[in-house]
Design a protein around this ligand. Structure first.
Ligand code: ADP
Length: 325
């Protein structure tokens, strides 16, 4: 499978996994992505079709017609493609117009969900194994490691979706949102990961709630990124505290840890995309360097600001302030 632009890298990665046949075309009707499920369903190889027009292939001509009849602003359509051999194949066709695949975002959401569900249920199976009877120390160690991998995988999936969103439209869908239950849920979900790392999570949230106009999915992802980092870089356990405060005209969310901390000269660079601190301590921690760039983008798109302060060996405080109008 090939795709032209790096912008669509995340989409490509997700389409590979999809069980549904997916064909993406550019504004000229040129095929830019043909996933393995489409190869199997249509009996064509990606190498034969990518870079060519839909209308060049007898088997795909009907798709070209269906796409031209569809509302192009819709971006993605699901069709049943008739096969020469009889029968029909369900195919999703995505039109990636002018490099801003708005519909691709919806598709990514769906595909990510398809990936998240098995990852989360695999984690649940590991939980069940642990509850089903006593495991010896080695079995417990393997089960815990597998669990941690599954949790990491779910986070990586979320990072893919956010990276894709940043590269694509970066649009926000603000709605009145109470951040308190969202943070409680983040705390609960991170609880497993924290326990495995010997970290305690503490919440300091306004009892009366804190309702603000934000894109709840993105802000949740931003907070969750900071919390996961705080746990990930707490190599000797300790406490991770998530605090939310509301002032007139703004809210502040702050995540404090007692982890490895960051040297002053690194602080300027850690919000850059792909930048990772390279040290003896961090080389043991998995990551892509994408998380903080995602957090910064989400916060700044809301008109807010990120902040960090840190002392090596003592811990860090990461957070952001958002205007509430
Ligand atoms: P990743 O964690 O995937 O490397 P991030 O963009 O989330 O990427 O973070 C960039 C870098 O900032 C990390 O590589 C790490 O060195 C540093 N960092 C982020 N959060 C913390 C933290 N809470 N404590 C110490 N270092 C951190």
């Amino acid at each position: 499978m090939m795709i032209r632009s790096i912008t669509h890298h995340a989409l490509e990665a997700l389409c590979v996994q999809a069980s549904e046949a997916i064909v993406a075309v550019d504004a000229q009707g040129c095929i830019i992505l043909f996933n393995p499920a489409a190869e199997a369903a249509l009996g064509l190889r990606a190498a034969e079709v990518v870079g060519r027009l839909l209308s060049d292939h007898a088997a795909l001509q009907a798709l070209a017609v269906l796409l031209s009849e569809a509302d192009s602003s819709q971006g993605a359509i699901r069709v049943r493609l008739p096969l020469a051999s009889g029968g029909q194949v369900p195919v999703q066709v995505i039109a990636l117009l002018d490099g801003t695949p708005a519909a691709g975002e919806d598709l990514v959401e769906n595909l990510v969900h398809d990936l998240k569900v098995p990852a989360a249920s695999a984690k649940n199976f590991i939980d069940v194994v642990q509850e089903a009877g006593e495991l010896n120390a080695q079995q417990l160690d393997f089960a815990n490691r597998a669990r941690l991998k599954m949790l990491t995988m779910v986070d990586a999936i979320n990072e893919v979706i956010d990276t894709f969103w940043m590269n694509a439209s970066g649009r926000l869908y603000p709605q009145q949102t109470d951040l308190v239950p969202i943070i409680r849920k983040i705390g609960r979900e991170a609880g497993d990961f924290a326990r495995l790392r010997g970290v305690t999570i503490e919440l300091a949230l306004p009892e009366e709630g804190c309702t603000v106009l934000v894109d709840s999915t993105r802000v949740r992802n931003a907070i969750s990124n900071l919390v996961n980092n705080a746990i990930k870089y707490s190599l000797n356990g300790g406490t991770v505290r998530i605090a939310l405060t509301q002032e007139p005209g703004s809210i502040t969310c702050q995540v404090t840890d007692q982890g490895i901390g960051i040297a002053a000269e690194e602080l300027e660079r850690i919000f850059e995309r792909g930048y990772r601190v390279s040290s003896k301590a961090t080389e043991r921690v998995e990551g892509t360097g994408a998380g903080l760039a995602i957090v910064k983008t989400i916060v700044e798109k809301h008109g807010g600001e990120v902040f960090v302060s840190s002392t090596p060996g003592e811990g860090s405080v990461f957070g952001f302030a958002l205007p509430t109008g």
